[in-house]
Design a protein. Structure first.
Length: 155
C-alpha cells in the first residue's frame, strides 16, 4: 500500500469558466491557469504521482509548453492513470477536499465523482469529495482563489 498527498491552488478571475472535477460550475468567476486550471483534478494527479513515487504534475505537464495550453485536466489525469497502470499499481481510493467560499459544490458532487471515477477506472464509491470554506480568512476567504487537497491510496 502506498499513500500520496496532492495540493493545488489557482486564482479566480472574472470572465473565466470555473471547472472543478471536470464539471463546469455555474459561477461568475473561473480559475486562471495554463490548462483548464481544475484544482481538484490537479490535486488528484499530484496525489497519484506522490503515491507512485513519480514526482509532480509540473514534471509531466510544464506550464510553459503550448501542448498543455487550455487542455482538459481530465485528459492530463488519463495520462497519469496510464503511468500508474504501467507500474502495476491499482488505485484503491481517493479523498478530496476543496476550500472555497463560493459557490456551493454539493449539487456538483455526483458529476464530479462520475468524471473522476471514469478516468481512474474505479468505482464512484471509492471517491470522496467534500468542500469547506476558509471562514472569510486570507485570499480564499476573500474569494480570490480556490484550493484543493487530495489523498490517494494505491495497492
Amino acid at each position: 500500500m502506498r499513500i500520496g498527498f496532492g495540493y493545488d491552488a489557482h486564482p479566480l478571475k472574472k470572465g473565466k469558466t470555473l471547472i472543478l472535477g471536470g464539471v463546469k460550475i455555474d459561477y461568475e468567476k473561473g480559475l486562471e491557469g495554463h490548462s483548464d486550471a481544475d484544482v481538484v483534478i490537479h490535486a488528484v494527479i499530484d496525489s497519484l504521482l506522490g503515491a507512485s513515487g513519480q514526482g509532480d504534475i509540473g514534471m509531466f505537464f510544464p506550464d510553459n509548453e503550448l501542448e498543455w495550453k487550455g487542455i482538459s485536466s481530465l485528459t492530463l489525469l488519463d495520462h497519469i492513470v496510464k503511468l500508474i497502470e504501467r507500474k502495476q499499481y491499482k488505485i484503491n481510493n481517493i479523498d478530496i477536499t476543496v476550500v472555497l467560499e463560493n459557490p456551493k459544490l454539493i449539487p456538483y458532487y455526483p458529476d464530479m465523482k462520475r468524471n473522476i471515477a471514469s478516468v481512474l477506472r474505479i468505482d464512484e464509491n471509492n471517491i470522496n469529495i467534500k468542500a469547506t470554506t476558509n471562514e472569510g480568512m486570507g485570499y480564499i476567504g476573500k474569494g480570490e482563489g480556490i484550493v484543493a487537497f487530495c489523498v490517494a491510496l494505491l495497492e
